[in-house]
Design a protein. Structure first.
Length: 545
């Protein structure tokens, strides 16, 4: 059995040393801060209090002196609340001035202090105590004022907890960790007091560990000190693990010291040693896990931020493109309108052939420019996720293809290649489509076929397969590399290496637009090629009906 008085002696030395260290640590961390000064004062009062308690309880020789010390202890304990109140308000960053409490707590504390020290308000007398026949020092007999005393303590505690929890719920993460430390400190202090000073001392009439309740104030102050001084607070789990391991280690060590035989020394010492190793491993693993989690969280946050920035940038780019195109398109439309009127003879007959010819060129160029602007506008809208396609029922594909043929046959003829349309014998079903957009998509594909073919030509075939309309655009041109095939419809402004040589003014957006339009039609688009020089086949599949 561990000698109680011996344990008490060890504990008071440990608590005092640690407490003095904490007071200095916090005070010198920031000498000018009121919070730190108040903390140091609180610590000194607390240490003074537990020392007085200790001294008042050890000797049965001079009960008169014990009573004086005991009363002083009660007095100092209540004085503690004055710096505690002001410290607490600062610590949680409370902006309100509770005028009532600001007066009540200091004056109430002072009155109770005087009553406790100079009258039998708190301690009537000191009596020697025993536990199962063994003397354990002296304990106070409480006076009539003790209800007021404990009522006051209870009132301040409830108020503090109420404010603390309210503030906790409103705080940000870093603030929360700081408050968690404080909360845990209070919690340990309250639980220890309940166990040792209330349950054991009053209920079980075992006053041996009475002082331990007092000593637990070191947890409250220790946690708080840590939260004040450290900027980067550890997750509270690490600290709790350390404290638990530390507390068990101290108990085991005391156990070793209390051994009586050599054999006892050896096995208790071994137990202590094994525990130290496991305790160390436990702390290390908790630290590692927390570090790992922190790293994951940081990486995730960096990625999230980058993703957000990218998205913002992308949207800004698209918005910018749209605004620019709008400003380009409006004047262009009016230019084309006037050009139309001039060529149509609205302002008189054009007699000069050269001027007429140049104006015709101007018209062709402006048409091309309008096409580019429209394409860019479409891209921006697709990228913004806007509905660009307006599907209508009962659309026939053949007239669309015929129009495309009419527009592009002159191009093919210029290159001396053919452009053919192969229809199946039977009538084709109608589809749901946006006539204009579908035409743009198919024109882009057929146009490419002509652009990238020098010998042979381009054939358009129409088929019905699995209740789907399949448009096959086949050319005998330069073909597409396997690698390039993959990226064909995905990226904008991407062009094949070969293509750049053959057709220098391409922009690499035609197929992207085509694929977006076909997808908006709930269709599919893909390409096949045997390789460079072996021609290409483009497939467009659209649902029927
Ligand atoms: P552009 O033709 O303006 O470069 P596109 O988006 O229409 O842009 O085409 C992208 C790229 O796909 C072309 O640069 C070319 O490398 C390749 N390509 C498209 N169609 C064909 C085709 N019929 N034959 C060979 N290559 C093609």
């Amino acid at each position: 059995m561990i000698n109680f008085l011996f344990l008490n002696k060890i504990l008071i030395v440990l608590v005092l040393t640690f407490g003095i260290y904490l007071a200095f640590w916090v005070y010198f961390a920031n000498r000018r801060s009121k919070t730190n000064q108040l903390f140091a004062l609180m610590m000194l009062l607390a240490l003074f209090w537990i020392t007085l308690c200790y001294l008042s309880g050890i000797s049965t020789e001079n009960l008169e002196l014990s009573l004086l010390l005991g009363r002083l202890a009660y007095g100092i304990a209540i004085l503690f609340f004055i710096p505690f109140y002001f410290f607490f308000i600062r610590f949680i960053g409370e902006k309100r001035e509770f005028l009532f409490l600001k007066i009540l707590i200091p004056s109430g504390s002072l009155i109770i202090f005087f009553l406790s020290v100079f009258t039998d308000f708190m301690a009537k007398e000191m009596v020697p105590a025993t536990f199962v026949g063994v003397p354990i020092g002296v304990v106070p007999v409480l006076g009539r004022g003790s209800f007021i005393y404990f009522g006051f303590v209870f009132f301040v505690a409830v108020f503090v907890l109420f404010l603390l929890i309210k503030r906790y719920l409103k705080s940000l993460k870093i603030e929360k960790i700081k408050l968690q430390y404080f909360l845990f400190g209070i919690l340990i202090f309250v639980i220890a007091n309940l166990v040792f000073n209330v349950i054991l001392a009053f209920w079980q009439r075992d006053a041996r560990y009475y002082q331990i309740g007092n000593y637990s104030v070191i947890f409250l102050l220790g946690f708080t000190a840590y939260a004040i001084v450290k900027r980067e607070l550890f997750d509270i789990k690490v600290v709790l693990t350390q404290i638990l391991v530390g507390a068990i280690a101290i108990l085991l060590l005391v156990n070793v010291i209390g051994s009586e035989t050599l054999f006892e020394y050896i096995w208790k010492g071994a137990l202590f040693g094994v525990f130290l190793i496991f305790g160390w491993l436990l702390i290390k693993s908790v630290l590692k896990e927390i570090k790992y989690r922190e790293e994951i969280r940081k990486a995730y946050e960096v990625e999230k931020k980058a993703h957000k920035e990218l998205k913002k940038l992308d949207e800004a780019k698209t918005q910018f493109m749209m605004a620019t195109q709008h400003h380009l398109r409006t004047p262009l439309t009016s230019m084309r309108g006037y050009l139309d009127l001039i060529l149509g003879g609205s302002y008189g007959k054009l007699r000069n052939k050269k001027i007429k010819e140049k104006l015709k060129r101007l018209e062709i160029s402006s048409k091309r420019l309008a096409k580019v602007i429209n394409e860019l506008l479409d891209i921006s809208q697709f990228q913004l996720g806007k509905e660009v396609v307006n599907l209508q029922p009962n659309i026939q594909i053949e007239p669309i293809l015929k129009e495309i043929m009419e527009e592009l046959i002159p191009e093919a003829e210029k290159k001396k290649i053919y452009l053919k349309l192969e229809k199946p014998g039977k009538k084709l079903p109608s589809i749901k489509a946006d006539l204009e957009k579908l035409k743009v998509a198919l024109t882009n594909i057929v146009d490419n076929g002509i652009k990238y073919t020098d010998k042979g030509g381009v054939t358009i075939k129409l088929k019905i397969e699995n209740y789907k309309l399949k448009i096959v655009i086949e050319d005998t041109g330069m073909g597409i590399d396997k690698e390039e095939l993959k990226a064909l419809f995905i990226r904008t402004f991407e062009r094949g290496e070969q293509a750049k040589k053959v057709y220098t003014t391409g922009r690499g957006i035609g197929l992207y637009i085509a694929s977006q339009i076909i997808e908006a039609h709930n269709g599919k688009i893909w390409a096949e090629s045997e390789g460079i020089g072996k021609g290409s086949v483009f497939y467009v599949e659209l649902p029927v009906g």
